[in-house]
Ligand binder design. Structure first.
Ligand code: HEM
Length: 462
């Protein structure tokens, strides 16, 4: 456990989950206190040593890959707190090579079944929809009526349909000139601040673009600055810094700021669909949290697009040279999503579930490993090569490629993600050459793999 807790990836994750962090620290303190007391009594010390020894033997027994075969558990080790998932980007792929496409492991301390096969994953999600819940992030408590992705099948259908009216392609198309200006400004900032991590400028670009798309705000206005200040408190990745009372205040302040002017952007679409009735707080706060979670995803995607193009500069030239740069840029986004940013679909089993010859026991986490499925050599030849032309028509089908969901819950943001990524790839190809100044192995962030903290690039205007 100590070894896993020393990894940067797990530390980042624990900062997003302060309660788990508090439980771990609390358990450590209790353990230390028990040890101190035990040192005062030889008998107590021996008893404690015996308990520890038994625990170590039980843990070794449970860690055997064949543990639970009689109960039809999949193969794989349930060793507590493996460090591999936090330090080795190929950990899950290696487990799949060793044990097959369905295997068990521990997600820190929770037992989990991982699936590295699209067909099996889709079938499981479809057949057992009612017995597979999405593990909610702690921000769920701030959303009246619940966050859309975490709702059970019935309420989910209603809320998801309500929100889908918001994310309209017309709003995205009308916003494109504004988004293109923001991308161009973001890259100009990268030119002069090459010592800063590229993610800083890219995240700012995405947040301002989202303020415009979601609520029709002028991205260079005071109102936009005000909203983004509240979003920093609302941000689910900063949970350890922001107590619940300040998050609630920020949600109220952001809602008042947005509702102070006539609804526009995606919110305008919701208001129009409700024919003059005030937008419900359930919908507004859901929009705020989709803003928050999806802006983190899109900013991550932008970072990966920059990295892939920096590592494969021939694709900048090919995009410039082709008769349809926009289509080439879209393929770059889809290939980036194949390799990075979209990593898994997470669920937990609320009943015992069958998967092929195996059983997933009630209470286990379930992870459909999208990232590893997208890197299977039998589906994508030479899988680690960055090759956007894999997405020339007809492209891989939904049976091989699903970066935006593979169940009843499917992403509402495909058009938005593609628009941001396409504008970035086009602007890089049109206006810059890229040189990598520093790099290192990919690192685990709070939720996803991300480029190394040391990674820096130099953009030179052409
Ligand atoms: C790189 C960008 C993105 C990635 C990789 C991504 C990925 C995903 C995935 C995999 C799911 C399904 C999750 C599951 O089955 O548990 C999902 C759901 C969702 N995404 Fe995205 N997404 C991205 C961008 C966006 C954007 C820009 C929006 C903004 C509208 C958005 C809104 C949503 C919503 C609302 C859901 C839940 C849908 C529902 O419950 O019916 N996403 N996303």
């Amino acid at each position: 456990v100590a070894r896993a807790a020393c990894t940067k990836g797990l530390r980042r994750k624990l900062l997003a989950f302060p309660r788990i962090l508090a439980t771990l620290v609390g358990s450590g303190v209790v353990l230390f206190a028990v040890l101190v007391v035990a040192l005062r009594s030889a008998l107590f010390f021996r008893c404690l040593a015996a308990v520890f020894l038994l625990a170590v033997v039980a843990e070794a027994w449970r860690s055997r890959p064949s543990y639970g075969r009689g109960r039809r558990l999949p193969p794989g080790s349930l060793a507590l707190a493996p460090a591999g998932p936090w330090v080795d980007p190929d950990f899950l792929a290696k487990q799949a090579r060793r044990h097959g496409p369905v295997f068990k492991m521990s997600n820190f301390t929770q037992p989990m079944v991982a699936i590295v096969d699209m067909e099996l994953g889709r079938e499981l999600l479809r057949r057992h929809d009612g017995s597979l819940a999405v593990p909610p992030l702690p921000f769920q408590r701030f959303v009246p009526g619940g966050f859309v992705r975490y709702l059970g099948p019935g309420p989910h259908r209603v809320r998801s349909a309500e929100l889908r009216t918001a994310f309209s392609d017309d709003v995205v198309a009308a916003a494109e000139p504004c988004l293109a200006g923001l991308v161009s400004d973001g890259l100009a900032e990268l030119v002069v601040r090459e010592e800063a991590p590229p993610s800083v400028a890219l995240e700012r670009t995405v947040l301002r673009g989202f303020a415009h798309l979601f609520f029709g705000l002028d991205p260079r206005s005071e109102r936009c600055d005000g909203l983004l200040r509240q979003m920093r408190t609302i941000d689910y990745r900063r949970a350890w810094r922001n107590p619940a009372s300040s998050v609630r205040r920020a949600v109220t302040a952001a809602s008042s700021l947005i509702l102070a002017e006539p609804a526009a952007g995606f919110l305008g679409k919701v208001a129009a669909a409700q024919l003059g009735v005030a937008v419900k707080p359930e919908v507004l706060v859901n929009l705020l949290y989709v803003f928050n979670t999806a802006s983190a995803d899109v900013a991550g995607l932008m970072g990966w697009i920059l990295k892939r193009l920096a590592d494969n500069p021939d694709w900048l030239e090919r995009t410039r040279a082709t008769h349809d740069p926009s289509a080439a840029a879209e393929r770059i986004v889809r290939e980036t999503l194949r390799l990075s940013q979209s990593e898994y679909l997470a669920r937990y089993a609320t009943a015992d579930l069958d998967i092929g010859d195996y059983v997933i026991p009630k209470g286990y986490l379930v992870r459909v490993c999208i990232r590893e499925i997208h890197r299977r050599a039998d589906v994508f030849p030479d899988p680690m090569r960055f090759d956007p032309d894999r997405f020339l028509p007809p492209g891989p089908g939904a049976g091989a490629y699903a970066p935006l969901g593979a169940s009843r819950i499917s992403c509402h943001g495909e058009g938005i993600s593609i628009a941001f990524g396409r504008l970035l790839a086009l602007e890089l190809a049109r206006a810059y050459t890229i040189k990598v100044l520093a790099d290192g192995p990919d690192e685990m962030g709070p939720f996803h793999w991300q480029p190394n903290d040391r990674w820096r690039v130099r953009l030179t205007p052409r």
